[in-house]
Design a protein around this ligand. Sequence first.
Ligand code: G3H
Ligand code: ZN
Length: 286
Amino acid sequence: PLVSMKEMLETAKANSYGVGQFNLNNMEFTQAILQAAEEEKSPVILGVSEGAARYMGGFKAVVKMVEGFMDAYDVTVPVAIHLDHGSSFEKCVEAIYAGFTSVMIDGSHHPLEENIALTKKVVEVAHLCGVSVEAELGRIGGQEDDLIVDDAEAAYAIPEECEQLINETNVDCFAPALGSVHGPYKGEPNLGFDRMETISKMTAVPLVLHGGTGIPTKDIKKAISFGTAKINVNTENQISSAAKVREVLNENPDMIDPRKYLGPAREAIKATVIGKMREFGSSGQA
Ligand code: G3H
Ligand code: ZN
């Protein structure tokens, strides 16, 4: 069933595993992620950025597509459709109205008080509709769609500010930027685990780790032990699907039927997602 992230993440945190947010880019991503979740008996969060929603025909079209495949595959595991890095109050309301079960309001580029006021406003509307909310403090480096943060702007979240935002807004989960990056890492990631531990002790709210691509398993395990219950992955699925399309087209220069190269790409995404679900410990939890 389509559900919010609230219960999913509280259960994950209580049982020390992480739920993956896998981003939708097109129909094949949607199919692959839902199939992986159902086969693995894992809860799953479908992340949809504003750019990806635009590409797929808007929020409503995405909801209908997801519902269609959930019916077609008889999906029994809990699934959340989540607006990733929502840029405004208006976009969050638009997504909720279209049937999203969860939204992120990314006010991380605003000063603290403005971020809190904006997040609060989104929470008030979302909770009336049974929709969960994620907020962010600090700045995650790298690029995801319209969101570009260069090295100099990337900033670690400050624990006291995190505590204030969580207490004043009543968010359901919280993403402190602690050195993670969207897209590939330059060298080994250097995550601020000391701060993560401090933040996790200050709050009962499940934490979120963005930029899941390229984070070593030992760091994933550590993050989960410090209260992280949601881990976002997009680039890794894009890499595996693009590599498969290149391989198939290189081997078959005359191939034109998209089903013949996107079908294998879908299998590659599914295998990547299954690997993550096992690594995060969500397999068998639904
Ligand atoms: O919001 C989405 C994620 O943070 C994706 O990060 O593309 O580096 O895996 P990633
Ligand atoms: Zn992100």
